[in-house]
Design a protein around this ligand. Structure first.
Ligand SMILES: [Zn+2]
Length: 235
C-alpha cells in the first residue's frame, strides 16, 4: 500500500476504536481523529482503545497516545470537537478519504454530504444492539442519502441510547477498515453495503444503486447549512 495516504476518522468510540487500531499499522501516512467526548465507564465494553484508568479523560488524547504506541512513525493529528459544517470542508480537503464512526445520524449525513461535495470517498457504519451496516460511497457511486434518504424526524435509536454489543461494533469497524484498505489499494467498492447480524449469524454484501431522486447525487445539495443536521436524533 502507498504510504502517502491521509485518513480522516470522525468518531473515536465503538466503531472508531477498531478502525484506528487496524489502520494505524496498515501503512497509511497520516491519521486525523475528530472527537469531542470523554471516556465513560459505561462505554468501555465497546470502545477498545480505552482502559479503566482513562475514565473521565479526553478520548482523543488517549486515542493519540495508543496510536503512537502502536505505530511510532505514523503522523497523528487530534481535532478535539465535533465534526461540524463550519470546518468539514477544510478537514476533508486535507485527506485522501474519510471514515465515520459517529453515534448519531446527523453527523453521518453531514459526513456523507461533505465527502461528496469535497469529492472524496466516505466509509461509514452504524450499529444498534446486535446488528449493523458498513457502506462505502465514492464521488460517482450511490451515497448515504441513496440508502437512507434523510435524517428521520421522529425518534431513532442510537448506540448511546439503545446500546450496542461490543463485538458487533468490532466486526463493523473491521469491515470499515477493510473497505479503507481496498480503497487505498486502488479498488473502487463504491455502493457496497455490508450487513452484519450477530444473532442471525449473517454477514452479507449488497450493492446500492444511485436513487434518481437523491438530492445529493442530483446536485441539489450544494452546501452544508446547519439546519440539515439538526434533527431530533442528533445527540
Ligand atoms: Zn445519493
Amino acid at each position: 500500500m502507498s504510504v502517502a495516504h491521509r485518513v480522516l476518522v470522525v468518531g473515536a468510540g465503538g466503531l472508531g476504536s477498531p478502525v484506528l487500531r487496524l489502520l494505524a499499522p496498515s501503512g497509511v501516512e497520516h491519521i486525523t481523529i475528530v472527537d469531542d467526548d470523554v471516556v465513560d465507564e459505561s462505554n468501555l465494553h465497546r470502545q477498545t482503545l480505552y482502559k479503566d484508568r482513562d475514565v473521565g479523560q479526553s478520548k482523543i488524547e488517549q486515542a493519540v497516545r495508543v496510536l503512537r504506541e502502536l505505530s511510532p512513525k505514523l503522523s497523528v493529528r487530534a481535532v478535539e470537537g465535533r465534526f461540524v459544517p463550519g470546518t468539514a470542508m477544510d478537514l476533508l480537503s486535507e485527506h485522501t478519504l474519510v471514515v465515520e464512526g459517529a453515534d448519531n445520524l446527523a453527523t453521518k449525513f453531514l459526513v456523507a454530504d461533505a465527502a461528496r461535495l469535497a469529492g472524496v470517498p466516505a466509509v461509514q457504519a452504524g450499529a444498534v444492539r446486535w446488528a449493523g451496516w458498513a457502506f462505502c460511497a465514492l464521488p460517482d457511486s450511490a451515497c448515504l442519502r441513496c440508502l437512507f434518504e434523510d435524517i428521520p424526524r421522529d425518534r431513532v435509536d442510537t448506540c448511546a441510547e439503545a446500546g450496542v454489543v461490543g463485538p458487533v461494533v468490532g466486526v463493523l469497524g473491521g469491515l470499515e477498515a477493510a473497505l479503507v484498505c481496498r480503497l487505498l489499494q486502488g479498488e473502487r467498492p463504491g455502493g457496497e453495503l455490508w450487513h452484519y447480524d450477530a444473532l442471525k449469524g449473517a454477514l452479507r454484501k449488497t450493492f446500492v444503486r444511485r436513487r434518481s431522486d437523491c438530492p445529493l447525487c442530483a446536485g441539489e445539495i450544494q452546501d452544508l447549512r446547519m439546519e440539515r443536521y439538526t434533527a431530533a436524533c442528533a445527540a
